[in-house]
Design a protein. Structure first.
Length: 288
């Protein structure tokens, strides 16, 4: 049976400590603040990130360097037969494209999964990869399954402030000013390759209702699973965990019997939407 290593990046929301428990490997994403480089979950904690964000520090994101990626692969291939590498969505970063290019020099021993996911849905892909590796599947077989399932997921995100969407150029200053005046709570979606506008709400309660209705509609019409019994339902948030735990109760009422999991949104997403965001995500359960 092939011994397969599972590799992802910190956009998955999997911490270095959790990665050790799971027996996987997580590349920390780099962030730049005031000409300094920080690495997620290495020398950049969630608390420090939001502190800097609140202070108005200019924060930009990047992808792991070529050397960081290949050094990890080379080290792992000394003891593993092959590697499944699960980066964030190719539609949101060039890190997937870069990994695909680098893998060409590894004689098929490194399989890069281009499955258009990020944060909690990316994390689900990692967990599925671990499960499939435990069943004895090799890297090629695991990649094929994960890419087959790549669009069987969705994320809806309520944004609490328009400040960071404006800062990142995702909405115009005029739209941000009007939205702030009207106290709008935009709902965004990630289905596949990019972050898109989905709806506008006037209150947090209304935004949560929109997300819940959208998730129910996806389960019923996209996934042909009205009760969500064949879906993983996850909750994600930026900064305010108490609000996420309250939202979890509401989601469980909407999807009885679901064992929801609550995780922080990855910092690369948080950078563009700011604190106070809530998200609900679904991913199709892989049963093979």
């Amino acid at each position: 049976m092939a011994k397969t290593a599972i590799v992802t990046d910190s956009n998955s929301g999997i911490t270095q400590a959790k990665a050790k428990e799971m027996g996987i490997f997580v590349l920390p994403m780099p962030f730049y603040m005031n000409n300094e480089t920080f690495y997620e979950d290495i020398n950049l904690t969630q608390e420090k990130f939001y502190e800097k964000l609140e202070e108005g520090v200019e924060i930009s994101t990047s992808m792991p360097t070529v050397g960081d990626v290949t050094d990890l692969w080379d080290r792992l291939l000394e003891t593993y037969d092959d590697i499944v590498h699960i980066p964030m969505s190719s539609g949101l970063s060039s890190s997937c494209e870069t990994a695909l290019m680098l893998a060409q020099d590894y004689d098929n021993r490194v399989q890069v999964v281009n499955n258009q996911r990020i944060s909690v849905t990316q994390r689900r892909s990692v967990l599925d990869g671990v499960m499939l590796a435990g069943q004895g599947k090799n890297a090629v077989q695991i990649r094929e399954v994960l890419e087959r399932e790549k669009f069987e997921s969705s994320i809806y995100i309520m944004v609490d402030t328009l400040k960071y969407l404006k800062k990142g150029g995702r909405i115009t200053p005029a739209a941000a000013a009007l939205g702030t005046l009207l106290r709008l709570k935009p709902v965004l979606q990630i289905q596949g390759e990019k972050l898109d506008a989905f709806a506008k709400a006037r209150t947090v309660k209304q935004a949560k209702g929109i997300m819940m209705d959208a998730m129910k509609n996806d389960c019923r019409n996209r996934f042909q699973d009205p009760t969500g019994s064949n879906m993983h339902i996850d909750i994600a948030y930026t900064y305010d965990r108490d609000a996420a735990l309250q939202f979890e109760k509401e989601v469980k009422e909407a999807f009885p019997g679901q064992d929801c999991v609550v995780h922080p949104l990855s910092l690369s997403v948080s950078c563009h939407i700011g604190p106070g965001a809530l998200a609900v995500a679904s991913s199709h359960k892989i049963t093979e």
